[in-house]
Design a protein around this ligand. Sequence first.
Ligand SMILES: Nc1nc2c(ncn2[C@@H]2O[C@H](COP(=O)(O)OP(=O)(O)OP(=O)(O)O)[C@@H](O)[C@H]2O)c(=O)[nH]1
Ligand SMILES: [Mg+2]
Length: 326
Amino acid sequence: MTQARKTLADQVRQGDRRALAKAITLAESTRDDHRQQTAELLETLIPDAGNSIRIGISGAPGVGKSTFIEVLGSHLIKLGHSVAVLAVDPSSAVTGGSILGDKTRMETLAFAEKAFVRPSPAGSTLGGVARRTRESMLLCEAAGFDIILVETVGVGQSETTVADMTDMFLLLLLPAGGDELQGIKRGIMELADLILVNKADGDQVALAARTMGDYRSAVQFLASRFDDWQTPVMSCSSINDEGIVEVWGQVDAFKKILSETGQLQQRRAEQAKAWMWSEMTESLVADLKADERIRSLVPDIESAVLAGELPATVAAQRVLNLYKDR
Ligand SMILES: Nc1nc2c(ncn2[C@@H]2O[C@H](COP(=O)(O)OP(=O)(O)OP(=O)(O)O)[C@@H](O)[C@H]2O)c(=O)[nH]1
Ligand SMILES: [Mg+2]
């Protein structure tokens, strides 16, 4: 490892924020030499990582995720924690507005000494951001942040992606009439370790209470992710800073119970293993696609599949054979 990389690792370890930002930028780069440097950096820093609780925060656009993170984060800093906020954008779509919005909505955190806010890069492609968020998480932990909050940006696959990289998954909902349960998919509710009805304030207080009741009945019929944890349903008002302390109480309880039973460690271990396989899969496919010969033959094979002349499995086999024989 080069001296420069060693210095960067040391600086990250000492909690140097500029070094941390630089390390994350390195991790987000797709350049081959940067990937290599990131690998070395992560290998050096892995013994210093892991000392945190990783919390994923999801919910429909505008539900109040950033506002919630701002108040929760500020509360945690007062308790003596240091808080890193990362954003995940697994979609390839440009979600331009959110980034600027988050910076202004997290004013306290963005300038707090014990916080680190890192929006996801705008317009990044190919789902790579989520992969790099895992690496950013490790880097933040090595820099001494003991609470990692991951906000989802964008919709679709983001819930699963975030649930797969965190210890605890918080789902934020709006106060709303119940029958369709806001169109939230069962699968997403089953991912939630804590359900929070935000914006329980003003003339929405009664509605929020009813919504909470609806979801409490609903979660009873859902499979829980852990034997010893039944997903609580709570309400809060992020703009009025109400209910936030109670939310943190539940996070603490979750961490305590699942650490004692070993389920938290087990979950992390499984996540790391799945991550390894997804890295290999993606790298292999990228390598395959970069192969000159395959690149020149793929358009014809694809056309044949599109025209229904070649079964997809046969086409795949043909490409794979080309790759193996290259
Ligand atoms: N009344 C009320 N408004 C809130 C509350 N929390 C957030 N808001 C408002 O809801 C709007 C959206 O808040 P954000 O925190 O940006 O929501 P978000 O989920 O991060 O949005 P995206 O990142 O764009 O998906 C803002 O105008 C907030 O001021 C709350 O507890 N009560
Ligand atoms: Mg936001």
